[in-house]
Design a protein around this ligand. Structure first.
Ligand code: SF4
Ligand code: SF4
Length: 267
């Protein structure tokens, strides 16, 4: 949950040759951890021809193709959210996507990935993550378009996240801050989570604690005839499912409602 973010990794057989930690503008592989990003962001921008776009989704390949800007890359998909909820018990999909990366790239093996996981996490967490990458490897579906990556090609080119002429480029300042008409009011933070808070009016004692902890002002209050504000519900357009309100509510008047049931990676 949170605003859209990007992170980058460079891999090489000789790690001493990797001398830069900057952003990767021309990635060979891109993993998209939440398919709602396909609506808002040009996730395939800058990819090298023949690269692989891996998407956490239960959409069809045709639907994915209709939402991306490129037709010279290969596609892979898996229900990483379903697998994460089933195996890890939480919607943490970054290691799940790595299982898919092994399958499409072959640049390292599942055993090497699991070895790295056991070196990074304590045993109980590592075991679950190792299990989830195995499941991801099995469940990843591939649409190999026959485009081949050329690792030797010089892919350096001027590129910016928001290209000239793309939607939004005029509203972005040099620091990368977005100014959209209507401000945060129109940003659909509700698309960033897998669940929303659900309110039970009968149990609510109107303590307002939920309002205080909501990071997105998604708790709706109404001014009553008594001149006081009263809890009035949850604004699902902005609720990103952080569950702060559910945790703090003293009467369990707020509960978590999943937007869709996880498939457990069965799709
Ligand atoms: S879960 Fe609760 S606290 Fe979190 S964004 Fe939704 S309404 Fe706000
Ligand atoms: S924290 Fe719970 S009881 Fe208090 S106003 Fe919110 S929903 Fe009602």
């Amino acid at each position: 949950m949170g605003s859209p973010t990007e992170s980058y990794a460079r891999l090489g057989k000789n790690k001493n040759l990797i001398r830069t930690n900057t952003q990767v503008y021309t990635p060979n592989y891109v993993g998209v951890l939440d398919d709602t990003l396909l609506e808002d962001i040009d996730v395939a921008a800058g990819m090298t021809p023949g690269g692989w776009l891996i998407v956490n989704t239960d959409m069809s390949f045709d639907e994915i193709k209709s939402k991306i800007s490129r037709d010279d890359i290969n596609l892979a998909k898996l229900d990483a959210t379903g697998l994460a909820l089933e195996v890890l018990g939480r919607n943490i999909t970054n290691t799940v996507i790595l299982g898919a990366l092994v399958k499409v790239s072959g640049i390292f093996t599942l055993d090497q990935l699991k070895d790295a996981i056991f070196k990074t996490f304590k045993a109980s967490i590592a075991e679950k993550n190792a299990r989830v990458v195995e499941r991801a490897f099995e469940k990843t579906e591939i649409l190999d378009m026959g485009f081949k990556l050329d690792y030797g090609a010089d892919t350096k080119k001027p590129w910016s996240h928001t290209g000239l002429g793309n939607p939004g480029y005029k509203e972005r300042d040099l620091a990368g801050v977005w100014y959209t008409p209507g401000g945060s009011e129109v940003v659909k933070t509700g698309s960033w989570g897998v669940s929303v808070a659900q309110w039970n009016k009968e149990l609510c004692i109107n303590c307002q604690k939920c309002f205080m902890v909501c990071p997105d002002l998604a708790i709706i209050r109404e001014l009553g005839e008594d001149g006081e504000y009263h809890m009035a519900g949850v604004d699902e357009y902005h609720c990103k499912g952080c569950m702060n309100c559910v945790l703090i509510c003293p009467k369990k008047a707020l509960t978590e409602k999943m937007k869709k049931e996880p498939t457990g990676g069965k799709k």
